[in-house]
Design a protein around this ligand. Structure first.
Ligand code: SF4
Length: 244
């Protein structure tokens, strides 16, 4: 039978590996990284899934083909599937989530929350990651709230904030104050992301650890006891390497 569901624009599918950050850190996960993003953050570490220069690497894949890749990678054992990007919210994931749930798989999506979709309510975990001032992007809080409304209190919804400097920290506090019911995860940004075509470029590990210590100090001094501070574990382990 022909698959009439809209195809998904995929940059890469890989795993299982561990989720490297946020609420699901350490959990074995298969990743579907989509191609294309409505943002251009100054420090984006996934340019190969954002920049049109890499468009030739992206594939329009039918839902069945994406699903078969996930099943093959996971050995048909249900696992957490992370929908990432780019901005995965601009892809049609409803059919895939329905298919995966029928087999016992779970789905998490991470997005900057610029685009809301009805199928957010079918997710198991929705990670909303508004981009701070250092990204040079501006958060549309109306669109952000539409994402929370689209989830209809079905998935676990959390707030994840990347922090590079004082103004990012102030932004994070403001975001948390706007949505006090959402659990908050903070992480220092990778200030040495790969440049175009340099996917294995070294990261400044010592610098990242210093930023981590600075962030922990800020949170504890502020008595911001609801926030959790985490590193990007995959960056500590594998630097800027792709598909790990
Ligand atoms: S929203 Fe994410 S994927 Fe898109 S440009 Fe920003 S960091 Fe990169």
């Amino acid at each position: 039978m022909t698959d009439t569901r809209p195809a998904i624009r995929v940059s890469e599918i890989f795993g299982p590996t561990i989720q490297g950050e946020g609420v699901l850190i350490g959990l074995p996960t298969v990743f579907i990284r989509t191609g294309g993003c409505d943002y251009r953050c100054s420090w984006c570490d996934s340019l190969h899934a954002v920049d049109n220069q890499f468009r030739h690497e992206w594939k329009m894949m039918p839902v069945d083909a994406v699903w078969q890749s996930v099943v093959a990678l996971s050995g048909a054992r249900p696992v957490m599937v992370s929908l990432s990007g780019g901005n995965p919210a601009i892809q049609p994931f409803g059919g895939l989530i329905e298919r995966g749930h029928a087999e016992g798989y779970r789905f998490a999506l991470e997005t900057q929350a610029s685009v809301a979709k009805d199928w957010f309510a079918e997710l198991d975990v929705l990670v909303l990651s508004p981009k701070p001032p250092s990204s040079e992007m501006r958060t549309d809080w109306v669109a952000f709230e539409a994402c929370i409304e689209a989830a209809r209190e079905k998935p676990q919804v959390v707030l994840k904030l990347v922090i590079f400097d004082e103004s990012d920290y102030a932004f994070a506090k403001d975001a948390a104050a706007r949505f006090p019911s959402l659990p908050v995860y903070l992480q220092p940004g990778n200030h040495t992301p790969p440049r175009r075509g340099e996917e294995d470029a070294a990261v400044d590990l010592a610098g990242i650890m210093r930023r981590m210590e600075w962030l922990i100090e800020k949170v504890t001094q502020d008595r911001w006891f609801e926030a959790r501070v985490l590193p990007q574990l995959h960056v500590l382990l594998w630097g800027n390497k792709r598909a790990v």
